[in-house]
Design a protein around this ligand. Structure first.
Ligand SMILES: NC(=O)c1ccc[n+]([C@@H]2O[C@H](COP(=O)([O-])OP(=O)(O)OC[C@H]3O[C@@H](n4cnc5c(N)ncnc54)[C@H](OP(=O)(O)O)[C@@H]3O)[C@@H](O)[C@H]2O)c1
Length: 259
């Protein structure tokens, strides 16, 4: 006989921080984790209006479950404040970190033409930012089950395409760091993985790309299209859930078979 009780959701009573959640892939991940029952802190660095609209969309449900917080993930103090804000706002330890914040040099310079400033900017957000977020998470995420660290990398790490001589190494650094972290977290019940998308239709992807380059990416994909942010979010939701526990220390590429 059917009962009237609502089955609990996979991420009920879990608190997630999603960096770079004002736009793009991070936004879709925040919405998806909230749909699975998580309380979500939506991080951004400059687009407060877009972050607010993500929170409003989540909070339009019956229980308020999202807040926004501005923090530059390349700054250790701001990353600490990000975790402080999550814990104090929701009066809970953090269970899940998804680090989606990232930058790409839309000039796509060869290594010979990459400026030191652009190299540093790329590594500062993508590699140093991931390190700072992972470090804070490793020290503060709840022990004993359900703890999750998920970093966004890129399928380009497998392609080594010209024009990405700073971006791809910055993501390769994240992939190796996360694999080591997963081992170091032995005994905590916290898993650490990377999700590495192929081309996904976001501002980052379209910035500086020609129509021809976009057409080529579509033609190259066995599924004949660009990825959408909603193609990536369910994998992150699975990794964040109890069902995803056995996936640990991995880089999972999600690209429609392109790579
Ligand atoms: N799109 C793709 O094709 C693709 C493919 C593979 C991997 N990825 C990776 O997936 C992740 C998300 O990419 P996306 O396409 O969604 O990018 P996006 O649309 O450009 O969004 C980037 C997000 O990161 C935030 N951000 C940038 N620098 C930050 C910083 N220093 N501190 C905090 N937040 C910061 C931005 O905040 P503001 O809105 O405040 O600026 C924004 O929310 C990135 O790590 C990217 O490298 C993307």
């Amino acid at each position: 006989m059917a009962t009237s009780s609502t089955p609990s959701q996979p991420l009920q009573d879990r608190l997630a921080i999603v960096t770079g959640a004002s736009r793009g892939i991070g936004r879709a991940i925040a919405l998806h984790l909230a749909s699975l029952g998580a309380k979500v802190l939506i991080n951004y660095t400059s687009n407060s209006a877009q972050a607010d609209s993500v929170a409003a969309q989540i909070n339009a449900g019956s229980n308020a479950r999202a807040v926004t917080f501005q923090a530059d993930i390349s700054d250790p103090e701001q990353v600490k404040s990000l975790f402080d804000a999550a814990e104090s706002t929701f009066n809970s330890p953090v269970h899940i970190l998804v680090n989606s914040a990232g930058v790409l040099d839309s000039k796509y310079p060869t290594l010979a033409n990459t400026t030191v400033e652009d190299f540093d900017r790329t590594f500062s957000t993508n590699a140093r930012g991931a390190f700072l977020c992972c470090r804070e998470a490793a020290n503060r995420i709840k022990r004993g089950g359900g703890g999750r660290i998920i970093c966004l990398s890129s399928s380009l790490v497998a392609v080594l395409m010209p024009g990405y001589a700073a971006y791809v190494p910055s993501k390769a650094a994240v992939e190796t760091m996360v694999k080591i972290l997963a081992k170091e977290l032995k005994g905590t019940g916290i898993t650490a993985n990377c999700v590495a998308p192929g081309p996904v239709a976001t501002e980052m992807y379209f910035a500086g790309k020609t129509e021809e380059a976009i057409k080529k990416a579509v033609e190259y994909c066995p599924l004949g299209r660009l990825g959408q942010t909603e193609d990536v979010a369910p994998l992150v939701g699975f990794l964040a859930s109890d069902a995803g526990e056995w996936v640990n220390g991995q880089v999972i590429r999600v690209n429609g078979g392109s790579i």
